[in-house]
Design a protein around this ligand. Sequence first.
Ligand SMILES: *Cc1c(COP(=O)(O)O)cnc(C)c1O
Length: 405
Amino acid sequence: MNKTIEQTENKTKNLIEKAEEKLLFTTVRPNIIMEKGKGMYLWDVEGKCYLDFIGGWAVTCLGHCPEVITEALQQQSNKLINASPSFYNEPMIKLADLLVEHSCFDRVFFTSTGSEANEGAIKLARKYGQKFKNGAYEIITTINSFHGRTLAAMAATGKEAWETLFQPKMPGFKHVPFNDIDSVKASISNNTAAIMIEPIQGEGGVIPAEESYVKALRELCDENNILLIFDEVQTGIGRTGTLFAYEQYGIEPDIMTLAKGIGGGFPLSAMLTKEKFNIFDIGDQGGTYCGQPLAMAAGYAVVNEVINKSLDKNAKAAGEYIIKELEKIKDKYGLKNIRGRGLLIGFDLPQEKGRELVNDCLEKELIINSPRPSIIRLMPPLICSYEDIKKMIGILSESLSDLLI
Ligand SMILES: *Cc1c(COP(=O)(O)O)cnc(C)c1O
């Protein structure tokens, strides 16, 4: 018995040593090697089993290794993995058709990551400016936003720590305070091509856009012939209680980007737009993996399942339950500003102990996230049940007792 424990512990130790030696340093990770997943749970190589309330970073919306995805991948990989971006394939057409049918958009461009989808949106806005607005190219984005890690997406992102990183910066972005329509108005010029927001700032700590703000943005864009871009990379595909978050604001954006949830764990992203912005010329936009059959098959399986099982409604109910349960413990631990929509939830800690809390919960086999030192974010799979939530609240309460009292 002891020997087996020792062997598995050695396995982790050996693998971690190799990881630290061979992988380019970019971040610090816990000394855990994840091996498998099912539903709401992840297992490491030592057999420890973790309840996953970050859902693969708001990605595994159907939970880990759901049959609909593994079957779609198996079937597709037996038929066709890659025919090159120069040919159509059937799952590509099916997925585009499904997304168009269930959204306000007419056209879809597929790629692999959220950053790339946003690059596509930025290009499309600049193309529009070139063609119809005397070369206008500026895009207004918000402070505390996150749009990705490619150079243009980093320039779009309103993160103070990135301001001096990887100079020179891609020009053409203006950052204004979030939920502040007057500063948007003050920043608009003849050079403005688009305004881009996240309907809920995710990495920024789960900060929802107010309804009046979004409605005013839509009006402002209409009045000034400016495109409204919604980055729904984190909020899309049922996460916030409707298939797309824009539906809750009673407006339609001109462009929407999706990633994370749409592939359920498979790298897939999309940029959707209206027919009148179907304006790229041949060669303006593309990519080796745009419409890659495996990604298309996975995406179709995911979106179909979210729609057929009404998982957006489950996200809404489960999210309301989490907030109710958090409200019950908030006074005891001094939690504040419990907020969010569906299964994208944030709250503030009374002290800057986010990292400690995340680590302590991990010890107790619960995975949560702290995007800011005093903010905790929960983004579990959309299949999350009341039982899972009770268990999460139990472990979280224990950790809060240990750390805050
Ligand atoms: C995660 C995220 C991105 C970047 O997506 P990648 O797949 O990491 O490139 C962009 N926008 C938002 C809102 C995100 O949450």
